[in-house]
Design a protein around this ligand. Sequence first.
Ligand SMILES: [Zn+2]
Length: 102
Amino acid sequence: MSTNKPEEEYFARLEAEKKRRLALLLDDEEQADKSRVLKELHFMHCGKCGNEMFTTQFRGVDIEVCPVCGSVLLDPGELQQLAGEDRSGTLDTIATLFGFRR
Ligand SMILES: [Zn+2]
């Protein structure tokens, strides 16, 4: 049956590609499910002690604060907003240290 070999190889390659794409799709769905579960478990909870955080205003910016350990969580861009209000340059220095640029 050597006359069918190129055809068999062609279909084997198609099947392998189909399996590879299915595996990638399943990985994406699995990763999305995992991300959803993690968000449900950790949303608005302190990264240090796990207690529920509350939102308050600091210099006009909504920040999350842990009532137990005092940790503060800033959303993307909030550190830059606060640094813009800081005349001493301290927050600007911190933003630079963590690789954020205004
Ligand atoms: Zn905490």
